[in-house]
Design a protein. Structure first.
Ligand code: ADP
Length: 225
């Protein structure tokens, strides 16, 4: 039995900008997220949080190091398998909701499930259950433009959980909201994560939000300190 949902080992990443000095963003980052554990990733802007989350979520590849999700080393998988893992096992939340504007809140949560072969009625029932958990079930029929910023972000949380991932990766998930709203929306996210027993790595530069998680790791000068 492997009780680690995410295991990153020795992750290094440089961006070749075409200038003589390439940007060495990550210099050998190792971190783990246990089953059901919620870890805060705290770092100043530009420290490489997004780069690390993208590598953990298989959206980008490291120069060196390994990424294991659910005990399986995914570093050397081909594109098709990586896409399948990304779709089934990982949920992503960004600072901006990135909901599809032409579709209702409900449809935004149903569509990824249909893409995964779930029946429409089952997908809708699950979507309504998720929307209920974050307190926006009555807004299910509305398109994103008719929702407040906080509501849009709550819907984006539901979409990230639509396919029951093992791991949630979030990049400043409430960073775009005013402080009061951010607080309430973050509570909704934590309730959702806790009630689903999900493991999560959540980047924030807000130390109060970080303190509500199980553990904080800091990224500085390309290393976890
Ligand atoms: P954070 O999310 O902590 O703000 P990022 O991971 O977005 O940091 O970026 C870390 C550093 O890498 C920054 O200096 C950024 O300018 C640089 N960077 C990010 N993506 C690229 C890219 N595609 N090409 C070149 N440099 C990049």
């Amino acid at each position: 039995m492997n009780d680690l949902t995410l295991k990153l080992e020795g992750i290094a990443k440089a961006y070749n900008t075409g200038k003589p000095n390439e940007v060495q963003v990550l210099r050998g980052v190792s971190l783990t997220v246990g089953k059901g554990e919620v870890v805060a990733l705290v770092a100043p802007s530009g420290a490489g949080k997004s780069t690390l989350l993208h590598i953990a979520g298989l959206l980008d590849t490291p120069d060196t190091g390994t990424v294991a999700i659910g005990g399986e080393d995914l570093t050397k998988l081909g594109d098709r398998k990586r896409t399948a893992v990304r779709r089934n096992d990982v949920g992503f939340i960004y600072q901006f909701h990135h909901l599809l504007p032409e579709f209702s809140a409900l449809e935004n949560i149903v569509l990824p499930q249909l893409a995964n072969g779930i029946a429409q009625s089952v997908a809708e029932e699950h979507a309504i259950e998720l929307l209920g958990k974050v307190g926006v079930a009555e807004r299910a029929a509305h398109r994103p433009a008719a929702l407040s910023g906080g509501e849009q972000q709550r819907v984006a949380f539901c979409r990230a959980l639509a396919n029951k991932p093992k791991l949630l990766l979030a990049d400043e998930p409430t960073g775009n909201l005013d402080p009061g709203t951010s607080d309430r929306v973050f509570d909704a996210l934590m309730d959702l994560v806790r009630s689903s027993g999900l493991s999560a790595l959540i980047a924030t530069h807000n130390l109060e939000l970080a303190a509500r998680m199980d553990r904080t790791v800091r990224l500085d000068k390309g290393l976890i300190t």
